[in-house]
Design a protein around this ligand. Structure first.
Ligand SMILES: [Zn+2]
Length: 273
């Protein structure tokens, strides 16, 4: 009798676990359905171009995230969730990325990243590193990676515009070109910095079915574009949207991006400069 009762209790318990899991999956407030992913490029004291976010604006954005209990999660956590390989990020999560390896990522962004201890993923095209005057060096990238807050992933080898390259080549030559760009970048980053490179940011946000297929074959498991909306589990994991951050994305504009449900009122002290 006791044994039957305990079996019955175990069954009820198992059913409860299944039901709880299903309700969590159904998104009963636990799992975030939409995760904003931000992409930055350059920082500085002035808005030198459309891709520059003033360092003071970035600092105010990080302060806002902290004040509003918005969690910055590693991009890897987001992709593992979308690939059904990991748990959902906590509610009110975002991810932060920066493309192109501009040296102000090292001089302006990194000190704030360390101050707030947030994870950041950099998408790098190796041809520029220790080469272009605006870019970081390999030793700077190594230093960022060694600090543990920066993950470094691929942005192809030399940041081509695949629309233009396709027009210049026959189909076979184009596929070889794309393949070389995808594989050389992954290999160079892994050789120079260690770790696994299997995430890709599409240069200029350009992708199509053929590019996605080639990227998968080259060993990439997730890829990112540029589109002003949060990423969701309904998106193609090889074309996840990211918000291209500009200096105008401050104050209320920033709040609208990062807050799933904007606060009704906000104190004046939290207004960004
Ligand atoms: Zn880029």
């Amino acid at each position: 009798m006791t044994r039957i009762r305990s079996k019955f209790a175990a069954l009820i318990c198992a059913l409860f676990v299944v039901a709880a899991t299903l309700s969590a999956r159904a998104g009963a407030g636990a799992a975030p359905a939409r995760i904003p992913i931000l992409v930055y490029h350059r920082f500085g004291p002035r808005v030198a171009d459309s891709m520059t976010v003033r360092t003071a604006v970035f600092a105010a954005q990080l302060r806002f995230l902290k004040d509003h209990h918005i969690t910055v999660v590693p991009l890897r956590v987001v992709t593992r969730y979308f690939l059904n390989e990991g748990p959902p990020p906590p509610p009110n999560s975002i991810a932060i990325t920066a493309d192109d390896g501009h040296r102000t990522v090292f001089t302006e962004m990194a000190p704030l990243v360390r101050q707030y201890r947030i994870p950041v993923t950099l998408f790098i095209y190796p041809s520029a590193i220790s080469n272009a005057s605006y870019a970081m060096t390999w030793s700077e990238l190594s230093e960022l990676k060694a600090g543990g807050l920066f993950d470094i992933q691929s942005h192809t080898y030399w940041h081509p515009n695949f629309h233009i390259e396709k027009r210049r080549r026959d189909p076979g030559g184009y596929r070889k070109f794309v393949n070389d760009q995808l594989i050389a970048s992954k290999k160079r980053l892994e050789d120079r910095l260690g770790g696994t490179v299997d995430m890709l940011a599409w240069p200029f946000g350009i992708y199509d079915d053929e590019l996605i297929e080639l990227a998968r074959r080259a060993g990439y498991v997730a890829a990112f574009s540029i589109e002003r909306r949060p990423a969701s589990t309904r998106d193609n994991v090889m074309a996840l949207p990211r918000y291209l951050m500009t200096d105008a994305d401050r104050g209320e504009a920033f709040a609208r991006i990062v807050e799933a449900e904007p606060a009704v009122s906000r104190s004046r002290s939290q207004t960004n400069r």
